[in-house]
Design a protein around this ligand. Sequence first.
Ligand SMILES: C[S@@+](CC[C@H](N)C(=O)[O-])C[C@H]1O[C@@H](n2cnc3c(N)ncnc32)[C@H](O)[C@@H]1O
Length: 364
Amino acid sequence: MTIRTKPAEILPLNTILAGDCVEMMNSLPEASIDLIFADPPYNLQLKGQLHRPDNSEVDAVDDHWDQFDSFAAYDQFTRDWLAAARRLLKPNGAIWVIGSYHNIFRVGATLQDAGFWILNDVVWRKSNPMPNFRGKRFTNAHETMIWASKSEGAKYTFNYEALKSLNEGIQMRSDWVLPICNGGERLKDAQGEKAHPTQKPEALLHRVLIGSTNPGDVVLDPFFGTGTTGAVAKMLGREFIGIEREAAYREVATARIAKVRKFDREALTVTASKRAEPRVPFGQLVERGMLRPGEMLVNQRGQAARVRADGTLATDGFNGSIHQVGAHIEGAPSCNGWTYWHFRKDGQTIPIDLLRQQIRSEMT
Ligand SMILES: C[S@@+](CC[C@H](N)C(=O)[O-])C[C@H]1O[C@@H](n2cnc3c(N)ncnc32)[C@H](O)[C@@H]1O
């Protein structure tokens, strides 16, 4: 499936592009992508084989695509792909980059140098990390993700309420405890070996995409590997573009994504951010005759204020907005007037927020 962004410019949606990510990104139209999730080579610099106490060999990341001659070479590579990524992002787009202590500090500095604006670093704490077999260092139990907007002041997507709901009503923190990818989710090759050494868990991408994209957004992953980003994007009704240099990984990813079923529309609806809801001034309730000038509003203790024609309230010599009058009565620095004030109808007291919701439902 493809869509046109500008005449003669085609975005290859839900496709895995074969080749080098910088070259491929440079072939795509500028400012066309909502979110980039990047899991670049970590430059692990492993020296020799690593063995477990029973002498079995640890299946570490020693692949050729993770090898760089020097930090300088890695930094140049990072600068190149981040420049290509930044060109692709829409002005309000954002990027996530995941890495370990081997590379994430270098990536972080390069992101800032390139003009990105770091919003958070999220620590993915692995609930089942690999032990430190030699006992010479701490168990390396986390990876770091940097979340950055294209530039300072950009209106990036953040589905605060949806993330809070995902966390049972508690504000989502920047430390995420999730298991590494294993069991049935871990893709295997024909020999029963791991198909890819660094396959990321779908749960991680689920949280990233729910939190920082909306259905229909275009998500690009320039280091696609087994296509975890594409698989979760498809489930969640987002469009994806993957880039991967290695044919074997592209094949694994293609087969994996073909089996994924998109969740239905209803399931994809998430709790809306209050910020995203259209603003309704209290005065509109008065203008539309839902509340009449002179009508009394009451708080839960029955203390009253009178509605005025300009959408303010008056009580005991104090006038102001619904919020200011509520705060004045409570002696509090602030007050949410929408939930504080009630109107009376048929012997019942009803929060004025209900009237605001009625107006909002007409707006969507
Ligand atoms: C850390 S892995 C990503 C794993 C992926 N997140 C997953 O869940 O399967 C990095 C991937 O980037 C690919 N790669 C490395 N350098 C590349 C480049 N310059 N262009 C395109 N792909 C590249 C590697 O082949 C490897 O599959």
